[in-house]
Ligand binder design. Structure first.
Ligand SMILES: CC(C)(COP(=O)(O)OP(=O)(O)OC[C@H]1O[C@@H](n2cnc3c(N)ncnc32)[C@H](O)[C@@H]1OP(=O)(O)O)[C@@H](O)C(=O)NCCC(=O)NCCS
Length: 164
């Protein structure tokens, strides 16, 4: 049911509207809003912006970055060939309907389609217990509690070997 496509500058109004949703704000912690008008047209080798659609309707956003090459070094001295994922659904009404699971399974497959990629990593806020349970059900294991900026996060990892 889910289709993933690259985000384009035309998605900026949708993404800005989603940025104001309480469940998106709560999951983001201290990270500010993305400057979509600047970022969406900017193509860089270490990042993918994806829109998840259900029957042509945008329902979610996914960012995939190469943790070692990302320009701000958010992940510090990350080992090479990791992919870090951020995901959120835009509308409250779309939460808890299975879309996130289907999106993540596509995203994980997309990451591991590159033979070099060793693992997918995620950093939900430590207090985002529902998202943590969601990643655990997908097969991610918690590897460390880590503070990014002002955010107390739990780092999760899914290695290629444990992905089915
Ligand atoms: C996390 C998220 C992508 C999961 O997608 P989803 O389509 O809601 O999830 P599914 O329907 O496939 O699976 C259900 C599970 O998702 C998680 N979930 C559901 N609503 C959620 C919410 N508002 N916030 C976080 N996780 C949620 C729960 O683990 C839920 O299982 P539960 O009912 O046993 O608690 C989605 O809920 C979301 O965008 N949440 C808000 C933003 C967020 O927390 N993003 C992750 C930041 S690391």
């Amino acid at each position: 049911m889910i289709h993933l496509r690259s985000a384009t500058p035309l998605d900026a109004p949708t993404l800005r509207a989603w940025d104001r949703k309480a469940h998106v704000v709560a999951a983001r912690g201290g990270d500010g809003d993305m400057d979509w008008e600047y970022e969406l047209p900017r193509e860089v080798s270490w990042r993918e912006f994806l829109i998840a659609e259900v029957h042509g309707r945008p329902v979610g956003f996914v960012q995939i970055i190469d943790a070692a090459l990302e320009e701000t070094h958010y992940w510090g001295d990350a080992e090479p060939d990791l992919r870090a994922v951020d995901i959120w659904l835009g509308e409250e009404a779309d939460l808890g309907r299975g879309y996130g699971t289907e999106i993540m399974n596509l995203v994980i497959g997309r990451c591991f389609a590159d033979d070099a990629v060793k693992a997918v990593i995620i950093d939900p806020l430590a207090g985002n217990t529902r998202a943590r349970r969601f990643y655990e059900r997908l097969g991610f294991r918690s590897v460390e509690r880590r503070v990014f900026g002002d955010d107390d996060c739990m780092v999760y990892r899914l290695d290629r070997e444990s992905w089915h």
